[in-house]
Design a binder for this molecule. Structure first.
Ligand SMILES: Cc1ncc(COP(=O)(O)O)c(C=O)c1O
Length: 285
């Protein structure tokens, strides 16, 4: 565990970091977050993640506190203070609307300073053997709100949906909205059919993942057929391959969905190819 965290301008041991019970993040889940991978001690796609953080802030009407370079400076300081040089970690950044004197749904007036918290944590990756075996997922109706493009800290539906996966010995819950598979409880979704990689088009019903964008970019650069298209539940069951992706999971192959075997139940060749390309891209940074 990396013990020094950043909280509102100070670098303090995690066990000593304190925030008021009147913080709107605590009272209302009124805030947003971001997660950035750190590979071999280096930030992965930080600009894209920090731009999304700025978009999330704008969407919930929190005034920008820092420019992207300022966030990056704090993160670098955090890496140094925790002596991170070659490890794989992730950075968690949370910004809430701040601490108010009374509990009211309405924004504090005059506005208060947002609370900013950052910490480093271990990136737990599946082993090579686990990846080669593939993973199980389940599907559930999407019970979240309609502004899923905002990376809000109000994650109760995601938490409950994700826990259902664990209760069913699965690794992820794929969410169904109006008959279409949208994304996972904390990942984006791809499937492969007849040699074409498919991912649902971006909409307000999903979080536009940074990993998703990179996979689209890498597929295009490497002439792998890819398109954005709606995916029905039946499409999913009859897929040649299914993947879920995120900054903390990379690309996870799903070989069992709702206890149905996908294709031949083996990790597919397109995943193998994309995984090699993705790993090569990361190693080259
Ligand atoms: C709901 C949801 N969709 C997609 C993703 C993947 O996004 P990214 O690739 O930027 O990690 C996440 C990651 O936390 C998520 O929570």
């Amino acid at each position: 565990m990396s013990s020094i965290v950043y909280l509102n301008g100070e670098y303090v041991p995690r066990s000593e970091a304190r925030i008021s019970v009147m913080d709107r993040g605590f009272l209302f889940g009124d805030g947003i977050y971001e997660i950035i991978g750190v590979y071999n001690g280096r930030l992965f796609r930080s600009e894209q993640h920090l731009e999304r953080l700025q978009r999330s802030l704008m969407a919930i009407k929190i005034e920008h506190q820092f420019r992207i370079e300022e966030y990056e400076q704090i993160i670098q300081e955090l890496l140094e203070q925790n002596n991170i040089t070659t490890e794989n970690k992730y950075i968690y950044i949370q910004v809430t609307r701040g601490i108010s004197t009374t509990r009211s749904h309405n924004f504090p007036k005059p506005s208060v300073k947002p609370s900013i918290f950052m910490m480093l944590d271990d990136l737990v990756r599946p082993s090579f053997a686990q990846l080669q075996k593939g993973f199980k997922a389940i599907t559930r109706e999407d019970s979240r709100w309609k502004d899923c493009f905002i990376k809000t800290i109000s994650l109760l539906p995601n938490v409950l949906l994700s826990e259902e996966a664990i209760e069913n010995d699965a690794t992820e819950t794929i969410l169904i909205h109006n008959g279409y598979a949208i994304e996972g409880s904390n990942s984006n979704l791809f499937n492969v059919k007849n040699g074409v990689i498919i991912t649902p088009p971006k909409s307000e019903h999903m979080l536009g993942g940074i990993t998703r964008e990179l996979i689209i970019e890498l597929a295009q650069q490497n002439n792998l057929p890819i398109k954005e298209n709606n995916i029905t539940l039946n499409d999913l069951y009859s897929s040649d391959e299914i993947w879920v992706t995120s900054a903390s999971r990379d690309i996870m192959p799903i070989v069992n969905l709702d206890d149905q075997i996908i294709a031949n139940g083996q990790v597919g060749p397109m995943w193998q190819q994309m995984q090699t390309i993705f790993q090569g891209y990361k190693d080259a940074l």
